[in-house]
Design a protein around this ligand. Structure first.
Ligand SMILES: [Zn+2]
Length: 131
């Protein structure tokens, strides 16, 4: 087996997700958050990053609505969004428990975890203004 430096990069992310905890890589050299996990920090190429817990709070950077999901196990409509977390990193996820007419780019969202096919996935719901 070749020695693959990327092997196991996402293990901690998924272990934490199963406990409903959202984490992201934070660089020990430049202090930037990034995603997805990579061998080297995409900002400064340091390999000294570590996972830290995220607030899970962010805004919708972009999204698309899929009206015919791959199969019945998916939410319908399936809202796939590029979420910008408050710590300055972005991830693709789903927006759940809302109608596509209830939000727009820039709407505030909060991470939750949802069991999908036996794996806890980070998904997002709209943040309510009174929180
Ligand atoms: Zn860095």
């Amino acid at each position: 087996m070749p020695n693959n430096p990327a092997e196991g990069l996402t293990d901690i992310f998924w272990e934490q997700a199963q406990e409903s905890i959202l984490v992201r890589p934070v660089c020990g050299s430049c202090d930037k958050s990034f995603f997805s996990p990579q061998v080297l920090c995409p900002n400064c190429q340091s390999d000294t990053w570590e996972y830290q817990k995220s607030s899970g709070e962010g805004t919708i950077y972009s999204y698309t609505v899929v009206h015919r999901p791959p199969d019945d196990s998916f939410p319908n409509p399936l809202i796939i969004a590029d979420i910008e977390l408050d710590e300055g990193w972005r991830m693709f996820s789903w927006i759940v428990k809302c109608d596509p007419n209830e939000f727009d780019i820039g709407s505030k969202v909060k991470a939750h975890f949802q069991n999908f096919a036996g794996t806890m996935l980070p998904v997002f719901t709209l943040s309510k203004g009174d929180q």
